[in-house]
Unconditional design. Structure first.
Length: 160
């Protein structure tokens, strides 16, 4: 459940058990003792604020279809779950006031702060901040930052 929670935080479409979420299966079975133990385990973990960016690029032969995706995961801060949740809440309040971030509680119960939402056309970009156990290592291709700049420019041009 811990692995799945981290995977869901970094990718809301993720599920580890044949397309279903283990946490949903446990809830469906009303295994409250398991859920309580998992919540306790989560609270004992060091947590981090992650900055997650995705670029969905078009297929070379058909620009209306997804070709491939690139992802960047960076840890911005690390500490207790409560401290990281408080930092995310403070960031949400400050940035939402300026219309920069959009707070969303997913169906998985995980709070994400979206800076960029996926658009309908490729390349599509997505960026959000999320609190999760500090178990994921930073990961991105060496060219990701340049790809990101290019995708941001393409998205801005498409929106104009």
């Amino acid at each position: 459940m811990l692995m799945e929670h981290l995977a869901l935080a970094l990718n809301p479409a993720q599920g580890l058990v044949g397309g279903r979420r283990l946490v949903d299966m446990v809830r469906d079975q009303k295994l409250t003792g398991v859920l309580d133990a998992f919540d306790e385990l989560l609270s004992e973990q060091a947590h981090a604020v992650y900055d997650v960016r995705r670029i969905l690029r078009p297929c070379k032969n058909d620009p209306a279809k997804l070709g491939n995706a690139a992802r960047s995961v960076r840890r911005r801060m690390r500490g207790t779950r409560e401290d990281m949740d408080a930092i995310l809440a403070r960031l949400a309040a400050e940035e939402r006031a300026q219309g920069v971030l959009e707070r969303e509680v997913g169906e998985d119960g995980i709070v994400r702060l979206y800076k960029h939402r996926r658009g309908a056309m490729f390349p599509a970009i997505k960026r959000y901040f999320v609190v999760a156990p500090a178990l994921a290592i930073a990961k991105e291709h060496t060219n990701f930052d340049q790809w990101w700049v290019d995708a941001l420019a393409a998205a801005a041009t498409a929106a104009a």
